[in-house]
Design a binder for this molecule. Sequence first.
Ligand SMILES: *[C@@H]1O[C@H](CO)[C@@H](O)[C@H](O)[C@H]1NC(C)=O
Ligand SMILES: *[C@@H]1O[C@H](CO)[C@@H](O)[C@H](O)[C@H]1NC(C)=O
Ligand SMILES: *[C@@H]1O[C@H](CO)[C@@H](O)[C@H](O)[C@H]1NC(C)=O
Ligand SMILES: *[C@@H]1O[C@H](CO)[C@@H](O)[C@H](O)[C@H]1NC(C)=O
Ligand SMILES: *[C@@H]1O[C@H](CO)[C@@H](O)[C@H](O)[C@H]1NC(C)=O
Length: 264
Amino acid sequence: MLHSFVVCCLCFWHLAVFGVDAVKTVSVMEGDSVTLQTDTELQTDDVLTWQFGDEKTPIATINSGTGSFSTSGGPNGRFRDRLKLDHQTGSLTITNITSQHAGRYQVRTKIIYRFSVTVYARLSVPVISRNSSQSSSSSYCSLVCSVVNVSHVTLSWYKGNSLLSIISVSDLSITLSLPLEVEYQEKNSYSCVVAYPFTNQTTHLNNTQHCQPCSESVHCCGVTEAVIRLVISALVGVATVAVLVYDIRPRKDEQQRRSNPHTN
Ligand SMILES: *[C@@H]1O[C@H](CO)[C@@H](O)[C@H](O)[C@H]1NC(C)=O
Ligand SMILES: *[C@@H]1O[C@H](CO)[C@@H](O)[C@H](O)[C@H]1NC(C)=O
Ligand SMILES: *[C@@H]1O[C@H](CO)[C@@H](O)[C@H](O)[C@H]1NC(C)=O
Ligand SMILES: *[C@@H]1O[C@H](CO)[C@@H](O)[C@H](O)[C@H]1NC(C)=O
Ligand SMILES: *[C@@H]1O[C@H](CO)[C@@H](O)[C@H](O)[C@H]1NC(C)=O
């Protein structure tokens, strides 16, 4: 969705002890692009080198005097075809970022610009479903909202703008889920939100879709059951046709034989 969209969320300046160097913290979503900005115009005689990681591996070099702008693959070629240099400012853009590109970056001009890049995995959209292990009631609908493969997120239910419940995980969680009970007739707008500190994904509860009251209030016809019913009707249909065909064919043959006595 947001691919190749420049994202530079949550850019905090953490002033270092001596005030000269600042580390800019940049959070970016996997697959997006990020631009590390130098806020200066290149001078005619500038020679500057972008460095990556604790080893300060050179990944891009600018020589204003000769007008040369070059980039390299970096450690294990992880930056190959992903780096772009701005010819006016010397800012560095990393495209289609992955977790391999997380870490420290720096470039020295009059001062040293330092960046700390954190790469977040894409957020999957939360899925609202019925909690089938909950015995159904005639007035309440038991729901559960879930997300898969997440870490460092919060998952919450909102009623309008007010928070109803929230859980958070820091480690990788294969499935994270949060229950909710709503009245069938309720018209309030509920939503389930999975969030990083700088972005989120929301799914709105659709009463018609997620919370259909069951006719007998005892039993809900789920998707599996609907499919089974469909398959059974189809089988019955096929069987009926087969019986009919079996029934008709011999007679037809007989008729043909009778009306055409000289065949064979
Ligand atoms: C982005 O990087 C991933 C992993 O390296 C790769 O599979 C994908 O094809 C790249 N996408 C684009 C648009 O370059
Ligand atoms: C579904 O409801 C049961 C019974 O109340 C509860 O124990 C279970 O935790 C719920 N499931 C989820 C995924 O919340
Ligand atoms: C969750 O992550 C595991 C391991 O990275 C992967 O094998 C699996 O396909 C992922 N599942 C989904 C639904 O993304
Ligand atoms: C979700 O993100 C939107 C836009 O970034 C923001 O306005 C909203 O407050 C966020 N909601 C939550 C619950 O974090
Ligand atoms: C709610 O779900 C129903 C059935 O899937 C659909 O027809 C309707 O358009 C949905 N309403 C909204 C507001 O998304």
